[in-house]
Ligand binder design. Structure first.
Ligand code: IPE
Ligand code: IPE
Ligand code: MG
Length: 249
């Protein structure tokens, strides 16, 4: 089935919890890492389709702080995939800027270097920013922001009364991008798993059973169509939103 998308209302920022690689592989009688490899192909597909649709930011949950507790061979396979999949060509072809958020200090040096290089090489690309959350968890990120703000207060650079929501925003690793409009989780679980807790305050949620390696353009369109069918009220009444929209027309 084809989904009719309103090209005027494409979400500016889509965040994705790419889940289900391991189960996808198990269903086929393969190792979990085979699923992660197939997951990379899905990343390519979705990145290129998001660029085509005019999405400005795509934030992909790739490896969580808690994923450090996985078996070491799986972690090694995932780090290897990060290294091998960061090809400049893909970003250049799609005019995509690459950024990473997370606790870089925990990553192996060669992975860190490759990430930094890819950020530098793609810094001039303008169609879309693809953000990979790697060694990332929201509670870690918020804790780091609290520490940084506390230090500024202690040093007398700001007063406690100066702390606003914008202060917090600016101290998060995601300070360079707007909040997600749409959060997609594949793989059937109905949870957030420590992803962008502050930033998704008003994101529209979309959960689907499809395992990440099977997530394709059609599935993406379905998620966006679902998003476009909703009224985002931000605490107001439906009538208020309708009045605002008709005054814009
Ligand atoms: C998501 O797939 C990718 C990572 C967390 C790295 P999983 O590896 O969690 O796959 P399932 O959920 O076990 O199927
Ligand atoms: C969330 O998936 C993290 C990523 C997709 C990178 P998990 O598979 O780690 O989440 P839980 O453990 O099922 O909540
Ligand atoms: Mg999982």
């Amino acid at each position: 089935m084809a989904y009719q998308l309103d090209m005027e209302r494409i979400p500016q920022h889509i965040a994705v919890i790419m889940d289900g690689n391991g189960r996808w592989a198990a269903e086929r009688g393969h190792e979990r890492s085979y699923g992660h490899q197939a997951g990379v192909d899905a990343v390519r597909r979705i990145t290129s389709e998001c660029t085509r649709l005019g999405v400005r930011y795509l934030t992909l949950y790739t490896f969580s702080t808690e994923n450090w507790n996985r078996p070491t061979d799986e972690i090694a396979a995932l780090m290897g995939l990060v290294l091998s999949s960061l090809e400049d060509e893909i970003f250049m072809k799609n005019n995509v800027r690459f950024r990473v958020v997370g606790d870089m200090g925990r990553l192996p040096e060669n992975v860190r270097r490759k990430l930094r290089e890819t950020e530098e090489h793609t810094a001039g690309n303008t169609a879309m920013t693809m953000v990979v959350a790697l060694s990332y968890s929201s509670r870690w990120e918020i804790t780091e922001a609290v520490k940084a703000i506390a230090t500024e207060v202690k040093d007398g650079r700001i007063g406690i009364g100066d702390i606003t929501e914008q202060t917090v925003d600016r101290h998060l690793q995601t300070e360079f991008m707007p909040d997600p409009d749409l959060l997609i989780r594949t793989g059937g679980e109905l949870r957030i798993s420590n992803y962008l807790l502050w930033q998704i305050a008003y994101a529209e949620m979309y959960f689907c059973d499809t395992f990440w390696p099977d997530f394709d353009e059609q599935e993406l369109h379905k998620a966006i169509a679902s998003y476009q069918g909703r009224q985002r009220r931000f605490g107001k009444t439906g009538a208020q939103i309708e009045a605002e929209e008709s005054s814009l027309r």
